[in-house]
Design a binder for this molecule. Structure first.
Ligand code: DP6
Length: 363
């Protein structure tokens, strides 16, 4: 697939008014995307678990505008029924980036109604689930205009568009494992969109659990977008990008053999490397909080004392994703309740597990 293949031929049919609803999940990277080139092209490949319970449900309603000669976008965004004017710049940027691939955008007024399954101020990034949900709604609209759209094209273009909204969003369309960015060992992998990982995966990774400990629920001090840009000219950038390729190769072998100790090593090292990149950029910054480190310490102690396979990963924030096999759920949840919850803001945590991607809720 090339970028040009996502530019449609002139549409033959027309739409007046209607709506589409999609539910799209969040995802957690095992090998992290950190650093990008122009046009939302990742500096290194990444791979993620798609989540199940953390999701965004979005209804996109469209109405044909009377004067379609205008080149401005017309939309309103609601979160849980409340008009969100502060979401407008992000949607505007998204629409500008994708207009070439969906030339009907300026012909309609859009009402975007969105709901997150997790609290808005939980510090859980809603951009992956939110942007992928909008991209899917827009693809449903395009499918009405181009009825011959195949399922494969639909999925790839939805991911391609989601990427232009937020890079990691392109990994939220499918599941349970999605690779984004060209990597020799991932079939059909590309920088343009996420692809479902189709290699062998040992049973131990089925229904893998992710309990998200909410350590800091405020707005992030440094956005991911700014963080990515600080990888330009970063002294360790090239080595880091090489390492991501190697870590994906390691994970592929680990998925095949079910080497869970190897999994823990790659995943925790990736999380700490992500934060190490933040601490060594100019300007430097720290997104972990003292409680993030306290939790990591407790996880290491627990693993040492009990032989558990629990491990952690982090995204660009202070919250901790606690990952473990389904077979260890009872012990790990007990450990979380007894020893980790005290480090969470208002004792909040979210129990999630691997999911299978987005789905349409239109009847
Ligand atoms: C640390 O996808 O949020 O979560 O493309 O600028 O929207 P933009 O960035 P974003 O970056 C996510 C970074 C990460 C790692 C990951 O998900 O791979």
């Amino acid at each position: 697939m090339t970028v040009a293949s996502f530019i449609p031929s002139p549409y033959k049919s027309k739409l007046e008014t209607g709506s589409f609803t999609w539910q799209s999940p969040s995802n957690i990277a095992l090998v992290k995307y950190w650093g990008k080139l122009e046009h939302q092209i990742p500096a290194n490949p990444s791979i993620s678990f798609t989540l199940n319970n953390c999701h965004t449900k979005t209804t996109l309603s469209y109405t044909k505008r009377a004067n379609n000669s205008t080149d401005t976008f017309s939309f309103e965004v609601y979160l849980d029924g409340e008009l969100k004017l502060d979401f407008a710049p992000k949607i505007e940027t998204f629409f500008k980036r994708i207009e070439k691939y969906l030339p009907f955008l300026t012909d309609y007024h859009f009402k975007i109604e969105t709901h997150n399954s997790f609290p808005h101020s939980s510090g859980i990034a809603s951009s992956a689930s939110g942007m992928s949900a909008i991209a899917l709604c827009l693809m449903s609209m395009e499918k009405q205009l181009v009825p011959e759209t195949t399922t494969t094209f639909f999925t790839e273009k939805a991911s391609f568009l989601a990427r232009l909204g937020s890079g990691s969003a392109c990994r939220s369309i499918e599941g349970p494992l999605v690779g984004w960015g060209a990597h020799q060992q991932i079939t059909n992998s590309t920088d343009l969109f996420g692809v479902k990982y189709d290699g062998d995966v040992a049973n131990v990774f089925n229904n893998y659990q992710d309990t998200i400990l909410l350590v800091d629920v405020g707005e992030k001090k440094v956005s991911s977008t700014v963080g990515h840009s600080l990888m330009e000219g970063h002294p360790f950038a090239e080595r880091r990008f090489e390492q991501a390729h190697k870590n994906i190769s390691k994970l592929i072998e680990i998925f095949k053999t079910g080497n869970i100790k190897g999994f823990i090593e790659v995943v925790e090292s990736e999380a700490l490397t992500l934060h190490a990149m933040m601490m060594t950029s100019i300007p430097y910054f720290i997104l972990m909080k003292p409680n993030t480190l306290a939790i990591i310490d407790k996880i290491w102690e627990f693993r040492k004392a009990t032989g558990s396979n629990v491990c952690f990963t982090l995204d660009a924030g202070a919250n901790v994703h606690v990952l473990y096999p389904e077979s260890e759920k009872e012990e790990v949840l007990k450990f979380i309740k007894n020893e980790l919850v005290a480090y969470c803001k208002n004792e909040q945590y979210i129990c999630d597990q691997i999911g299978f991607g987005a789905y349409s809720i239109d009847s």
